[in-house]
Design a protein around this ligand. Structure first.
Ligand code: GLN
Length: 199
């Protein structure tokens, strides 16, 4: 089984470890550079991107993660994790910094201007079996994508219709929503397959 780490600095780490294990991965938390060395792929969980950004520096993980991303390690970012993978962040804190892996502009807390959290069906390209029951919690959306970015999912109804909420660029995957909070393991299975293919 591919070894998949979950960046365990802040956020819903345990839920991702459980979901990854159910999807067939050898899943484990990653807090230290030596733990990062031992994984084939990494999940950056939902939480608070400003806090995760700070802790990435405190735990001396910024350069190691940048290097692994440059080396092709698959990374999946959910919500705050999506923000950590974005090249540009709108409504971010001036001192927050991500890994800039995906050529996209995300807006932090984008849906939150209307509602703090909500749920909606989202179809994800490449994942069969019908739409996800997507859970959004103070979520970002994607306002712009570069040429190399594949849009995998959009909101299909309500005030945020057509907003991009799932993307992939090479081995980097990001969603605005939280599949780890539902029993649906298809997105984690998709990511584990990506890690298996890249290893
Ligand atoms: N609003 C959070 C942030 O800016 C993300 C919320 C979440 O991950 N559920 O990082």
């Amino acid at each position: 089984a591919p070894t998949v780490g979950v960046l365990a600095l802040q956020g819903d780490v345990r839920e991702h470890v459980t979901a990854l294990a159910a999807a067939g991965a050898d899943a484990r938390p990653v807090r230290r550079p030596v733990e990062l060395d031992a994984v084939d792929g990494l999940v950056i969980p939902g939480g608070e991107s400003t806090t995760i950004s700070k802790l990435v520096d405190v735990f001396e993980l910024r350069e190691p993660i940048d290097k692994r991303i440059a080396g092709g390690m698959p990374v999946y970012g959910s919500c705050a994790g999506m923000i950590m993978l974005a090249g540009e962040v709108l409504d971010g804190r001036p001192d927050q910094r991500g890994f800039a892996g995906i050529e996209m502009t995300v807006r932090r807390n984008a849906f939150g201007r209307q509602v703090d959290s909500f749920e909606a069906p989202v179809e994800v390209t490449g994942v069969e079996g019908g739409p996800f029951h997507a859970v959004f919690i103070r979520a970002p959306w994607v306002e712009r994508v570069g040429d190399g970015v594949e849009v995998l999912g959009r909101v299909t109804d309500g005030p945020a219709t057509d907003r991009i909420v799932a993307v992939r660029q090479g081995n980097l995957l990001a969603t605005s929503f939280h599949p780890e909070l539902t029993g649906d393991r298809r997105l984690h299975a998709y990511f584990v397959e990506l890690v298996r293919a890249a290893a």
